[in-house]
Design a binder for this molecule. Structure first.
Ligand SMILES: [Fe+2]
Ligand SMILES: [Fe+2]
Length: 218
């Protein structure tokens, strides 16, 4: 199978799963005490983790095009962190005691951090995780609109979401070039599937414990 054929197959698997995850998020109402602001505070953790993961991988990526793509993602997700933080402050939230990493890193970050090859990182981190962010953000945007919070919806729709789409596309564009042997394709497939499984598991936990089913991604 060529790298492109492999990606088309992977795309099918990933999109089916993302549709299921987004459908489950859309179908679940958040707990009544979970506000949009609380979801945005949760999003800070996703953004800082996405930025840090890209920075870690950038340093060890031997391929220049991958290195530059990761550097772009690192900067964009850090900028999203700042935008969300500024937005929360403008809405009157005191963030002086908020530290998204105070309780450590998520299982998703720890899994992604453990990936050592370029094809696994592109498949899991950029193609799948950023695809997941896109799907989650879309559910969040619809939820904000339904609640009449057009400005938060606009922040995501106009600024954050196009960047997440770009990160996802970077993975899609680079993966065929590097997933060019059956062995590398198998590594990439397994990393993407594990990311999706983790996402579903985490979504389940978020829904059951915190009623945060519509929270945005990164
Ligand atoms: Fe991102
Ligand atoms: Fe982001």
């Amino acid at each position: 199978m060529t790298g492109e054929e492999f990606c088309q197959e992977l795309e099918k698997t990933v999109y089916e799963s993302l549709e299921r995850i987004a459908g489950a998020s859309a179908a679940n109402e958040p707990a009544s005490d979970v506000t949009i602001a609380a979801m945005l505070v949760g999003a800070l953790k996703n953004e800082i983790e996405a930025s840090e993961e890209a920075a870690l991988w950038m340093i060890t990526a031997p391929e220049l095009d991958v290195k530059v793509a990761l550097a772009c993602q690192c900067g964009d997700d850090a900028r999203h962190y700042r935008l969300i933080e500024d937005w929360l402050r403008r809405m009157g939230h005191d963030l002086s005691t908020v530290d998204p990493l105070a309780d450590g890193y998520t299982p998703m970050f720890k899994f992604l951090e453990s990936l050592e090859t370029t094809v696994e990182r592109l498949a899991a981190g950029q193609f799948t995780r950023e695809g997941l962010a896109k799907a989650r953000n879309q559910v969040f945007i619809e939820y904000c609109k339904a609640k009449g919070d057009m400005e938060t919806a606009k922040l995501y729709e106009d600024t954050i979401q196009p960047d997440e789409n770009y990160h996802h596309e970077l993975g899609r564009r680079l993966l065929p070039k590097y997933a060019d042997t059956p062995e590398k394709q198998e590594l990439a497939r397994q990393a993407a599937v594990k990311t999706l499984n983790l996402a579903e598991e985490l979504q389940e936990i978020a829904h059951l414990r915190r009623g945060m089913s519509k929270a945005p991604g990164c």
